[in-house]
Design a binder for this molecule. Structure first.
Ligand code: GLC
Length: 518
């Protein structure tokens, strides 16, 4: 076992820029807050391509006024989601009813069914404040399972759990049932913490017969069939896990965010501000973590500026009309937006990029993930030679100098739009809660790996919230978005521990199966 507690240091906003390269030629094109690591030069770009770049800039740039307008509506939509009437943002109560104090203890299993991998962990919250030990195994979530049969999915998960327990505990027949926190990161109605009625699949999943049903019995039946000695004590969302795990080591953490395959946030509300729970007569000051499911923000397209490419993304997804906000930000979609633009500029515009070349690889939907865009944005060379190699090796496409400039700018525009839009959500929760200063714990591949995402997001927050320019560039922002602790591992364990504690103290709100908490 390896001690991981407090190991992860909080990353700062400032991205590391590559060493300065040859200074570029005059650059007279507008660069709207794109935090590029390379000067770039469009001097040699032919007029028609330049026109395309300008068209894309108009489509994808979100200026300060627009950011503010989006944020305004966002605040109202958060409120609406908590009301009886409801809105597009689900604002799901999670029955996580306190922050950890750092002194939680116990050993728990955690299962994370995210969007890309399946992870099983065993977490021991130790006596030392805010410390924990963790062992974990990752399993690939086969692509076919995401759109296949529900039984196959649950059986695959049960097999992974069984394998993990056999490896780490040996003979399972003599084991007492181990308590498990299940991170099920999709919108789910929870009348109880040990229940999750799937509202709808997101992130490209499309498994029939699950939407509208409680997934816990399906999961438990698969465990029972295999004889896996586990009792589920909490079903959680990755954002709630991120919030709680981050608050375990940093009491300033008030919001948990995921910018990964999907995009979402959770925060702590008080029960008195949740009209849709009023009938339960919970004490008004009692905290209740809310899984916002903000990916659904503006499904009705009142404020989000949709480009023709966003329209196609939505139309061709398994759930058109859903997750409008997420489809502009999340890692699942960034590469696809880029691909659609490239194909369009090859086929439909006068520019005809990659003229005379066949582009069968580029035509394959979802063949480029967000790491492809990351690589383009990370190319440190003035002549974009790494990008040229990438196009050649991955797509069999030869891109000339002007095309490379267009490629780079397109990636910047998509990445910048995503980061700035994400700031609207963070700002909206902060405004709603009246947080002038706080920490926001963030996790996910886009947050952790996409170049400049943090800095661009921070710049967006600054514009929305009218912070003055910093005198010391190293000084903290009033609201800092920081790398979070492991939400679906440590967070799930903490939530299981907190739930056990409150049940033992007699708070039985939102508990369906008290017998599992003995
Ligand atoms: C999607 C899911 C949500 C999850 C997010 C990040 O938006 O609906 O539950 O938190 O992705 O994984």
């Amino acid at each position: 076992m390896s001690a991981f507690g407090k190991l992860r240091t909080l990353l700062s906003y400032s991205d590391r820029h590559p060493p300065p390269l040859t200074k570029s030629r005059a650059y007279h094109h507008h660069h709207r807050s794109n935090q590029s690591s390379r000067e770039g030069s469009f001097v040699d770009v032919p007029k028609d391509l330049l026109g395309e770049i300008e068209r894309l800039e108009k489509l994808f740039t979100i200026d300060t006024a627009k950011l503010k307008q989006i944020t305004d509506r966002f605040v109202g939509e958060l409120e609406k989601g908590l009301s009886n009437e409801g809105g597009s943002i689900p604002m799901n109560p999670t029955w996580v009813m306190s922050f950890p104090n750092g002194y939680e203890t116990g050993t728990f299993l955690a299962l994370d069914m995210g969007g890309t991998n399946l992870r099983v962990c065993q977490i021991t919250l130790t006596e030392q404040k805010s410390e924990f030990d963790i062992i974990q195994s990752k399993y690939r979530l086969p692509e076919e399972l995401k759109t296949g049969d529900a039984d196959e999915l649950w059986e695959y998960i049960a097999d992974c759990l069984m394998q993990f327990i056999e490896t780490h505990h040996g003979d399972t027949s003599k084991l007492e049932k181990l308590p498990l926190g299940f991170t099920f990161s999709y919108p789910a109605t929870q009348n109880y913490i040990d229940e999750g009625i799937l509202q709808r699949w997101t992130k490209g999943f499309d498994i029939p017969g699950v939407e509208g049903h409680n997934v816990v019995p399906m999961f438990e039946e698969a465990l029972a069939r295999r004889g896996v000695p586990i009792k589920l004590t909490a079903l959680i969302n990755d954002t709630t896990g991120t919030l709680i795990a981050s608050a375990y080591t940093d009491t300033k953490m008030k919001i948990g965010c995921i910018f990964g395959t999907g995009c979402n946030a959770a925060y702590m509300e008080d029960c008195g501000s949740i009209p849709k729970l009023a009938h339960l007569n919970l004490p008004p000051e009692t905290p209740m973590a809310i899984n916002c499911e903000w990916g659904a923000f503006d499904n009705e397209h009142v404020v989000l500026p949709q480009t023709p490419y966003d329209v196609i993304i939505d139309k061709d997804s398994p759930r058109p009309g859903q997750q409008a906000f997420e489809k502009m930000i999340a890692g699942l979609y960034l590469g696809e937006i880029f691909r659609l633009i490239m194909v369009d500029l090859h086929d439909n515009h006068e520019t005809h990029i990659f003229a005379g070349q066949d582009i069968p690889k580029l035509r394959k939907a979802y063949s480029l993930d967000s790491s492809f865009l990351s690589a383009i944005e990370e190319d440190p060379f003035e002549n974009l030679s790494e990008t040229a190699e990438l196009f050649q090796s991955k797509l069999d496409i030869r891109a000339n100098g002007p095309e490379l400039e267009l490629i780079r700018r397109t990636a910047e525009l998509i990445g910048t739009r995503a980061a700035r839009l994400s700031a609207c959500g963070v700002a909206a929760i902060s405004i709603k809660k009246g947080y002038k200063t706080c920490h926001v714990g963030a996790d996910g591949s886009v947050f952790n790996k996409y170049p400049h995402f943090k800095a661009r997001g921070a710049q967006g927050l600054r514009e929305i919230l009218d912070w003055p320019e910093k005198e010391d560039p190293k000084a903290d922002d009033p609201i800092e978005v920081l790398a979070a602790e492991d939400g679906s591992g440590v967070g799930a364990a903490l939530i299981a521990a907190l739930t056990l504690q409150r049940v033992q103290a007699g708070n039985m709100h939102g508990i369906l199966h008290p017998e599992n908490f003995k």
